[in-house]
Design a protein around this ligand. Structure first.
Ligand code: NAD
Ligand code: TYD
Length: 353
């Protein structure tokens, strides 16, 4: 059995769904259900005895250790984090707490559990830490893409807190021998993406007739990967990655933000025209830039391809079309997460945390 943390969030829930669809091994899903965690993402797993959800904090050492021991967990995949750059600018504290202190406590519980294992169980155990390309900082236009050797130069409280967690994971391998793996992935997009991030926000605002906010000049470049490709990369690294190594994950899909937004508008014009003859691009509005906004991210995923044979299955064109269709087909999901109805339900179900 594996323990997934943050498995009610965007990437974690996609990972859990894909994991159970592609194999038979059960999952314990530990998630605090912050604003970003959503049990509705996991609705399709209701009645599946291979999935057990536990509401809790990765910083809760006793809870984590108990879950590991009771279930004889053979691997931990750590998605749990505060993940939104803009929120980290307005309020960094939660990022320090979960991404740094939380990862530290999680590592401590894992170290205690793994230290008591013996023989094959000890040799086969893995801790996979899911991280981001943002730890490497910002590239100039002509710079080569980030490799695993690129120095860490995080620029936002979010990326600094993720960088700190990566360093802790690395240190637990070098100091204690903990069998860790780290993945640093580029920007994801796809189903269950909370509509505070660029792609789901633009789809949501477009359909709601609201402005599509472009920070600064919109020429910042991100490297986009369809979320299921990220999940398949994590599965591959968990299966065959070399202990102590880090693997960059990306789709070779660099694009300026403005181009991403125009692409979304064009697909929506085709699939769900506005009804007044005007294109959705008419809603594009330039707004103040994000403080400290990183100009360009680009991932060199060559190591993962060479060593483990991983390649993304989707192009940006195929993945973004699937994503827009998903949001059109799942308007109730968006309505629930944006209306506060979901939060009210969580508070009723679990008591206000
Ligand atoms: P998300 O914000 O959608 O989900 C995070 C999940 O973690 C939520 O379900 C939340 O409830 C849970 N969580 C938060 N604090 C917790 C705590 N203390 N204990 C237990 N659970 C907690 O984030 P995401 O986009 O799915 O990202 C998942 C991971 O992947 C993060 O570590 C992020 O840094 C990394 N990552 C994200 C991207 C991206 O484009 N979204 C790219 C590369 C890496
Ligand atoms: P985001 O989805 O927040 O991801 P990240 O900051 O982790 O890359 O933002 C993606 C890019 O889009 C980033 O350059 C900021 C920009 N952006 C906008 O221009 N407008 C928006 O409303 C948002 C949320 C982001």
């Amino acid at each position: 059995m594996i323990l997934v943390t943050g498995g009610a969030g965007f990437i974690g829930s996609n990972f859990v769904i894909d994991w159970l669809a592609t194999g038979s091994e059960p999952v314990i899903n530990l998630d605090k259900l912050t604003y970003a965690g959503n049990l509705e993402n996991l609705k399709g797993l209701e009645g599946d005895s291979r999935h057990r959800f536990v509401r809790g904090d990765i910083a809760d050492y006793d809870l984590v250790l108990r879950l590991l021991r009771e279930n004889q967990v053979r691997a931990v995949v750590n998605f749990a984090a505060e993940s939104h750059v803009d929120r980290s600018i307005h309020g960094p504290e939660d990022f320090i707490q979960t991404n740094i202190v939380g990862t530290f406590r999680l590592l401590e519980a894992v170290r205690a559990y793994w230290g008591a294992l013996e023989g094959d169980a000890k040799a086969a155990f893995r801790f996979l830490h899911v991280s981001t390309d943002e730890v490497y900082g910002s590239l100039d236009k002509a710079d080569p893409a980030f490799t695993e050797q690129h120095r860490y130069e995080p620029n936002s409280p979010y990326s600094a807190s993720k960088a700190a967690s990566d360093h802790l994971v690395r240190a637990y391998h070098h100091t204690y021998g903990l069998p860790v793996l780290t993945t640093n992935c580029s920007n994801n997009y796809g189903p269950y993406h909370f509509p505070e991030k660029l792609i789901p926000l633009v789809i949501h605002n477009a359909l709601a007739g609201k402005p599509l906010p472009i920070y600064g000049d919109g020429q910042q470049i991100r490297d986009w990967l369809y979320v299921q490709d990220h999940c398949s990369a994590i599965r591959r690294v968990l299966e065959a990655g070399r202990v102590g190594e880090t693997y960059n994950v990306g789709g070779w899909n660099e694009m300026p933000n403005l181009e991403v937004v125009h692409t979304l508008c064009a697909i929506l014009d085709e699939l769900r025209p506005r009804g007044d003859e005007l294109p959705y691009a008419a809603q594009i509005t330039f707004v103040a830039d994000r403080p400290g906004h990183d100009r360009r991210y680009a991932i060199d995923a060559g190591k993962l391809e060479r060593e483990l044979g991983w390649k993304p299955a989707e192009t940006f064109e195929s993945g973004i079309r699937k994503t827009v269709r998903w949001y059109l087909d799942n308007s109730q999901w968006v309505a629930n997460v944006t209306s506060g109805a979901y939060r009210e339900w969580v508070d009723r179900q679990y008591g206000v945390a």
